[in-house]
Write a protein that binds this ligand. Structure first.
Ligand code: AMP
Ligand code: TRP
Length: 327
């Protein structure tokens, strides 16, 4: 069987440079080495309240973002999670081998539950089981994601190991693929927090659809560290973050980046970083806007058909092994 990768992004508002540099960008390179599945995980989005009309529109926009970033529908399978019913089905089946204590231990659940307190939806707790279903459904070898998803992939492995032990060898065990640089892009206004979609203050993130003026303004206001030297240094998280973004967007090595900024000041760093970001954004956004509705619909329905072909027999196999009638 060819080696497979699977990944997804939730169609919640404000996709940002962190989502691109930490995840989507790596898919583009990997798609030629692996059989690839890139999913818009809209079922995950309803673990928090959503406006239905906006959610529907954003689901298509996230697929457009995949395409604009360079995911090639001739090579990769791009689809919407809810179009392949097997994701929800397998999630329920995997609930039969997942422990409540495992879900309660997930740091993402704990963090989000803390913020939403009284109104935490049950779906937020089950979220990692649906993610495990996404991954295991395609016998995935590698899952390219940012650092924050590592724990969910470890849980996916635990679930797969337990299923294989209790019901017989069924699932392949996936590995995370987490980039060395870019796995955790930090907020521009607080480098101790990751750049986040849900941060109320938009100043901390460069959204993938921000215009040039907004980008310029956000970098100009970005927090810096004390001192003047421009080099990668863990004890100076703000400058290190800006340098990482610059490095990834320009494709330079860390040494080349440091050499480039030797003897220059923070204003120069911000100005070159702004230019590099705009240079990436311009063609990216042009591609985003040029993808027609019909074309997108065709790509997503082709993707759905390809994904279902693989997902259906796996769910059937799982049901059979679990002794579920009708399998
Ligand atoms: P999410 O925004 O939670 O749907 O995440 C989509 C993808 O982007 C996942 O692979 C995340 O790990 C990745 N990601 C999210 N925020 C960041 C960030 N600040 N830096 C790097 N990767 C990120
Ligand atoms: N939980 C992931 C995130 O928020 C999104 C996601 C859902 C995912 N299912 C997945 C990522 C499967 C990789 C593989 O970023």
């Amino acid at each position: 069987m060819p080696k497979r990768i699977f990944s997804g992004v939730q169609p919640t508002a404000n996709l940002h440079l962190g989502n691109y540099l930490g995840a989507i960008r790596n898919w583009v390179g990997l798609q030629h080495e692996y059989e690839s599945f890139f999913c818009v995980v809209n079922l995950h989005a309803i673990t928090a309240p959503q406006d239905p009309r906006e959610l529907a529109a954003r689901t298509r926009d996230v697929a457009r973002i995949y395409l604009a970033a360079g995911v090639d529908p001739q090579v990769s399978t791009i689809f919407v999670q809810s179009d392949v019913h097997e994701h929800a089905e397998l999630e329920w089946l995997l609930n039969g081998v997942t422990r409540l204590s495992e879900l309660e231990r997930m740091t993402q659940f704990k963090d989000k539950a803390k913020k939403q307190r009284e109104n935490v939806l049950a779906g937020l707790l089950m979220y990692p089981v649906l993610m495990a279903a996404d991954i295991l459904l395609y016998q995935t070898d590698l899952v390219p994601v940012g650092h924050d998803q590592k724990q969910h992939i470890e849980l996916t492995r635990d679930i797969a190991v337990r299923f294989n032990r209790d019901y017989g060898e069924t699932f392949r065990l996936p590995e995370p693929f987490i980039p060395k640089v870019g796995a955790k892009i930090m907020s521009l206004d607080d480098p101790s927090k990751k750049m986040s979609k849900s941060d109320e203050n938009p100043a901390g993130r460069i959204a993938l659809l921000d215009d040039a003026d907004t980008i310029r303004r956000k970098f100009k206001r970005a927090v810096t560290d004390s001192g003047t030297e421009i080099r990668f240094d863990e004890s100076r998280p703000a400058i290190t973050n800006l340098l990482s973004i610059y490095q990834l967007l320009t494709g330079k090595t860390a040494a080349e980046v440091e050499a480039n900024f030797e003897g220059k000041g923070y204003a120069q760093l911000k100005s070159e970083l702004t230019d590099a970001t705009i240079e990436f954004m311009r063609p990216f956004q042009e591609r985003f806007h040029s993808i027609g509705d019909e074309e997108l619909t065709r790509i997503l329905s082709d993707g759905r058909d390809r994904a279902r072909e693989i997902a259906r027999p796996i769910v059937r196999e799982v049901m059979k092994r679990m002794g579920i009638a009708g399998a």
